[in-house]
Design a binder for this molecule. Structure first.
Ligand code: ZN
Length: 337
């Protein structure tokens, strides 16, 4: 997904689809935090020329050292260094290396992502003015840097190392990938073994599911990834069809078509002609989370909006949907590259 450091709206909406808003008959459920989506948090400083629209996001005033409980003030002094940093500034007790890009734009823009802080500024704004803008927004910048650094660590930890013994979440449970040439003869070249490790004295928290992939031990990481991915997609289709059957009955609706998507920005969508799309990566989540997305999209076949009536429909078949919604927002999916 490419993204320009443009207006505040553009950057703030970067969690979502960058294209035009969907037509009225089309409502999509969008993931809030998933590794591939690499959300960026941005803030545009107050416009330099008065003609520029005000940013919609207003960070809290920087009360800095005058107030003992700002997040930035309780963080241990840290160094936040952007890999392309060409300038450094001290913000409160922290050293922040940032990438300064001169651009044809009318205001100073800040972007904080897992790499760090980058600043886009018009050519004619002096470094002194940029630094005062950074100081004025220090509390906001430091808070976002700390959040994104934490997120970066989680993403790093979620990176799948595609080899024999790799672990991937499937229906909310870890599954260990086993290279097993014997599995080549099975349908799809992969077999889920649910009995692995199911011996007496099973250690708590140790995965007991193994996925036997019909590949030789010399298989490359890309081959392993592709086999596992296609197995996951087949499972996704099977599970989603099952869950859709259950929820169409409960909701008294009928869908015309179910397709898998690999959208980077959406968990699912429903269109007025009755077709449902579900992101195959949902298969990593436990069933209640999948059910929430299924129920959500099928509920749109009754209410093509996000009105209170729509949420009542969702609640009628899934009273505790809020919990699943939180999981979708907060969980980190395995990173597949
Ligand atoms: Zn929706």
């Amino acid at each position: 997904m490419t993204r320009k450091a443009g207006t505040i709206d553009e950057s703030q909406l970067s969690l979502f689809d960058q294209s035009a808003p969907p037509p009225p008959s089309f409502f999509a459920l969008q993931p809030a935090s998933s590794p591939e989506f690499s959300p960026r948090v941005a803030h545009t400083s107050p416009p330099v020329p008065p003609a520029v629209p005000q940013p919609t996001f207003t960070p809290p005033p920087d009360i800095g050292s005058a107030h003992p409980v700002t997040l930035a003030s309780v963080l241990a002094p840290a160094v936040f260094e952007h890999p392309q940093a060409d300038r450094t500034i001290r913000l409160e007790a922290h050293v922040v290396g940032y990438a300064l890009r001169r651009a044809r734009r009318r205001s100073i823009g800040f972007v904080v992502d897992t790499e760090g802080l980058s600043v886009n500024a018009p050519k004619w704004v002096s470094v002194g003015d940029i630094e005062s803008a950074l100081r004025a927004k220090a509390a906001w910048i430091l808070r976002k840097l700390a959040e994104q650094q934490e997120r970066g660590k989680r993403l790093q930890a979620a990176k799948v190392d595609w080899r024999d013994g790799a672990s991937i979440p499937f229906l909310g449970q870890p599954v260990i990938v086993v290279l097993d040439p014997r599995a080549a003869a099975t349908r799809g070249g992969a077999l889920l073994n649910t009995d692995a490790g199911a011996v007496q004295g099973q250690i708590e928290g140790v995965p007991r599911l193994t996925l036997h992939i019909g590949l030789p031990h010399t298989a490359t990481p890309a081959q392993i990834r592709d086999s596992v991915q296609s197995w996951l997609q087949r499972q996704a289709r099977r599970v989603f069809e099952e869950r859709c059957q259950i929820f169409t009955q409960r909701l008294g609706v009928r869908y015309t078509r179910l397709s898998l998507s690999s959208a980077q920005t959406r968990w699912g969508s429903a269109s007025a002609n009755g077709s449902i799309r579900l992101n195959w990566r949902l298969i990593h989540f436990a069933l209640p989370t999948i059910d929430y997305v299924v129920a959500h999209e099928l509920a749109h076949l009754r209410e093509m909006n996000h009105s209170p009536r729509f949420w009542d429909v969702v609640r009628s078949v899934m009273p505790d949907f809020e919990q699943a919604r939180g999981t979708l927002r907060n969980d980190v999916l395995p990173v597949f590259d």
